[in-house]
Structures are given as C-alpha cells and as structure tokens.
Design a protein around this ligand. Sequence first.
Ligand code: SF4
Ligand code: SF4
Length: 312
Amino acid sequence: MFRIRFHGRGGQGMKTASRILGTAFFIEGYEVQDAPRYGAERRGAPIFAYVRADKVAVNERGIISHPDLVVVSDDTLVGMPAAGVMQGIDQNTVLLINSHETADTWQQRLNTQAKIIILPAQEEIEDRAELPYIGSQCAAAAAALSHVISKQTFTQALTEELQHLGDEVVKQNLAVASTAFDAMAPHSGIVKESALPSATDYIKPEWIELPFEKAEISAPAIHSGATSVKVRTGLWRTMRPVINYEKCSGCWWICSTYCPDGAINVTDDKLPDIDYDHCKGCLVCVAQCPPHAIESIPEHIAKEKELAGAKS
Ligand code: SF4
Ligand code: SF4
C-alpha cells in the first residue's frame, strides 16, 4: 500500500493535491482513500491531507502514522512541531520539500535518515498562504515519485478535479504540474509501497509508570499543550499586523474587541499591544482600525527585520 501525507498551510491547496493524486491512483486501477485533516481554522494554519492507495481493498483507517512519502508545500512548517511533518518518518520514508534550500542542507538540519528530495520553490511571494499552483505541483511530483502513475493519467486526474474552475485554470495548473512531474524523473520509483502492518510485528510500548497524583494536580488540562495559552498560534501567521503608534488614536476598544483571538492587549497607557505569540494574522484589526494605523507586512520580512535589529 502507498501511504502519502501532504502538509501545507490552509489556502495552499494540499486538500486538492490529495484529491488529484487519489483520482490519479484510482484511474490507474488502485483502491483509494483520501482525506484532509484540519480544524475550524483559517488560511495560513498548518493542515495535512493523506492518500492511501492499494491494489486490494483499503481497510486501514485514521491518520497515516508511518508514511512512505511526505510532501511539504511550505518549508517553514518542517520545524514546527504542531504541524507534525516529521511524525512517523524513518529511513524508508521519502520527504519531498518545496524549498529554496538544498537536500543536503535539510538532511543536516533535520538529522534524519529519511531520503530528502527538493521540489524547487518558485519566486518568494508576499503571502505564503497564496503560493500559486503549489497543490498541483506537489500532486504531480508525488505521482512521478510513485512511478505507477503515468503523466497522461495525471493530466486526466487534474483536469477532472479542477474542471469546475474553468479551462484557463486547468491549463495553468497543467503547465506547472507538468514541469514538476518531469523534474522528479531522476527519482521516479523512489517511493515504495510498504507492507500492511501485522500483529506479529507488534512492538509493545515501553510503559512509563506515573505516580498517582491528586486530581487538582493531574486534572487541570488547561495547563497542558493544545490549550489556547500554551499553543503558540502565532506560528501560523503569514502576514503580521504592525501598529504605527504615531497614527494610532488610542481607540483600543475597537481593535482589541474585533480581534477574534483576544490577541490585542491594552497597556496601562491605554494603548493597543499585539501579542504575537497568539496573533494568527487574520488581519481583521487592519481592516477595522479607523485611522488605518495598523499595516500588514509579510512575516518572513518582519522576521528578517527583527534579526537585522538584533545584530545591530
Ligand atoms: S483601532 Fe487603530 S487607532 Fe484605534 S487603538 Fe487600535 S490600532 Fe490604534
Ligand atoms: S491579525 Fe489582528 S485581529 Fe487577527 S489575530 Fe492578529 S491581532 Fe488579532
């Protein structure tokens, strides 16, 4: 069975990528399962989708925990634990990253035994949630790496899945997908089907005995991960709101009320102060600020400015 996971940000088309790839496998005679996984979140948030394909009925369910191929459309997600890109990766996994950096750089950075392949990134754009055509590119690259989907079949699958968007959109997506498919030719067949898990290979977990604790110590889940304070949703941001205090008229009740995440605090001086650990970059505040005192800048540029400031 092929087990393939796509990771990206909401808006980049990873759900569509898994659908296109699933359809391509189906046309080639495979039984297919494909599903996206995301919460009630916004564009820019980490999401993933997965595809299982086999020549016999697919009875396995749930998230793919041991993938044969992991495709990452946005390399800023690789090091983000909440995105789960590295989950279940081992020496048999192929990791395909859309990046400006080389496979060697990633191999050293991640210190992984997985085989790393780079899908050359396009020009940098302002809002990464809008990387154009990246879903089609990722699906095409995954198809080529599997070596069981022909280019003709992939073209048919993409056309079927995107035809509701019009001929011009299909044409543009086919053009970039074709380039990505051809770029993967040297690695064609590197992704292998893995065997079905067997009960005879089951390795028991190493149990950790925890001491018994009173409920007031062990129960307050609000202090654990995956709660609103502990999860730094600011990592999802692709655009950063920045307040220009020279223009700000101090009507803090407006921006702090409109912020859906309560990420605008009010200082003792009655001025708004954005909590960047939890601001998801929805830019509602930018739209609502009456004197237009909040501007939005791409997150990667804001980070570069921070680094330059720290060095000087
Ligand atoms: S809404 Fe705009 S002007 Fe008013 S406090 Fe917020 S940032 Fe300042
Ligand atoms: S962009 Fe503005 S409104 Fe949106 S989460 Fe950040 S501070 Fe709140």
